[in-house]
Design a protein around this ligand. Structure first.
Ligand code: FCB
Length: 431
């Protein structure tokens, strides 16, 4: 690894903290298609106005890295037309990070799209590949060599399940054939984006942030639940890891269809595997036409579900990290976090997940970093502002930030990881 230390970071995405004038998500909100129908992201957590002050919070939580995203609707307001002003803003932001000794990790696609992208046919259209390549090249040119870590796509499988199969997020479709085509184009877009970023930034390290869940059958005694849990696990976790390892994708949704294709150059286009881990799901076979089964969050350990209704399950973190190693790449935990108003619960969560991380590292796992989701409270995709993921609390009536005690714990835990990685007291700021 070129960097001298373990990356101990915090993560955000552009839309969730700063909103956008108009993109597919603002449109979705206008159509009242969120779970909270009258919620609007607006200015998110007000980050665009407060970006300098927000960035100064990063070293205060002991982080030496920051994952942020570029909002495509802002930098590319029309297809092929890029806003110099918006790109200059992005550049100022990463330059400020680099000056602070914070390693930036830039995500190019984090759920949102410009409206023109859908008018042009979206991810089902093969033109999406060249268009993404052009966007990636332009952003890489604008941001320059200060950005060595790049995430092309955040959670492509979740995006497809939610947007192309479940009708839950834009583009709100429910067709396996469309999802399969979009998947192929996303992976090819990643491959081409990796190439143009590397051309511009020698030594850049590129990956995908892959959401992984732990899976269990709802009824342990049910062979059908067990089988469906295995199929879900393949579709959700394993298929993408396999594609990274082999360049071949085999994606099957029980009861809906199966897509098999090769993506030439895909394995080489992944320098690391990004893992986003939050929880475990229990799978139950239903077997009614159009709905083979369902998933639910349970709380067998009686820790209490999080404010998004998710199980707290650090054991699953261990399992998915082991599984991610199958792709044969270094691993970066690109997201891990909890929505809770009870900061003591967040501190337990952090301690337990850090312990898992520590164990995997002691066992020799090639894990090179960990990013907590999130630096501050923000707009959560389906649920709006209610879930509180931040190390800093946001008062949405004034946009004031207030440090939570878990920020201190995060800094303390981080010292153990950054020290262990390079043998010095603190690696933040070292090049
Ligand atoms: C992940 C998303 C991130 C955030 C967290 C809670 O799936 O990548 O934007 O919403 O969940």
């Amino acid at each position: 690894m070129s960097h001298s230390s373990f990356l101990w970071g915090v993560a955000t995405s552009a839309y969730q903290i700063e909103g956008a004038a108009e993109n597919d998500w603002t449109d979705w909100e206008r159509q009242a298609r969120l779970k909270v129908p009258d919620e609007r992201c607006g200015a998110g957590a007000g980050h665009r106005e407060r970006w300098r002050a927000d960035l100064s919070l990063i070293p205060s939580v002991g982080a030496n890295a920051y994952r942020l995203s570029v909002e495509r609707s802002v930098v590319e307001p029309e297809s092929g037309f890029f806003s110099d002003e918006a790109l200059a803003f992005e550049r100022r932001r990463v330059d400020a990070l680099v000056r602070m000794g914070i390693e930036p990790m830039v995500t190019l696609h984090h759920y949102t799209h410009p409206l023109w992208f859908w008018a042009d046919g979206g991810w089902e259209d093969p033109g999406s590949i060249a268009s993404f390549r052009r966007y990636a090249a332009t952003v890489a040119d604008a941001l320059g060599p200060g950005v060595r870590h790049w995430v092309t796509l955040n959670e492509p499988i979740v995006f497809l399940l939610g947007g192309y199969l479940g009708g839950l997020i834009p583009p709100g479709q429910r067709r396996f054939a469309g999802a399969a085509r979009a998947l192929e184009h996303l992976l090819r877009a990643h491959t081409e984006a990796a190439a143009v970023v590397r051309e511009r930034i020698p030594g850049a390290r590129i990956g995908i942030a892959h959401n992984m869940l732990d899976f269990a059958p709802e009824r342990r005694g049910s062979a059908l639940d067990r089988r469906l849990a295995r199929a879900g696990e393949r579709l959700y976790n394993a298929a993408l890891l396999e594609a990274i390892a082999t360049g071949r994708m085999d994606w099957a949704f029980p009861g809906s269809g199966r897509a098999r294709f090769a993506v030439p150059g895909f394995p080489e286009a992944n320098d690391f595997v990004g893992v986003n881990y939050y929880s475990r799901v229990h799978i139950r076979f239903r077997g009614v036409p159009g709905s083979v089964g369902g998933f639910a969050y349970r709380d067998p350990a009686a820790r209490g579900l999080t404010d998004t209704g998710w199980e707290i399950h650090p054991e699953g973190f261990d399992r998915v990290l082991r599984q991610a190693e199958n792709a044969g790449r270094p691993i970066l935990v690109t997201e891990n976090g909890i929505a809770t108003r009870n900061d003591a619960v967040r501190r337990d969560f952090l301690r337990e997940h850090a312990l898992v991380l520590r164990h995997r590292l002691s066992a020799g796992a090639p894990i090179e970093g960990y990013f907590y989701w999130s630096l501050l409270d923000n707009f959560e995709w389906l649920e709006g502002f209610r879930p509180r993921f931040g190390l800093f609390e946001v008062d949405y009536s004034t946009f004031a930030r207030r440090r939570r005690p878990s920020a201190d714990l995060f800094a303390e835990l981080g010292r153990g990881f950054t020290r262990a990685a390079d043998g010095s007291a603190s690696a933040a700021g070292r090049r």
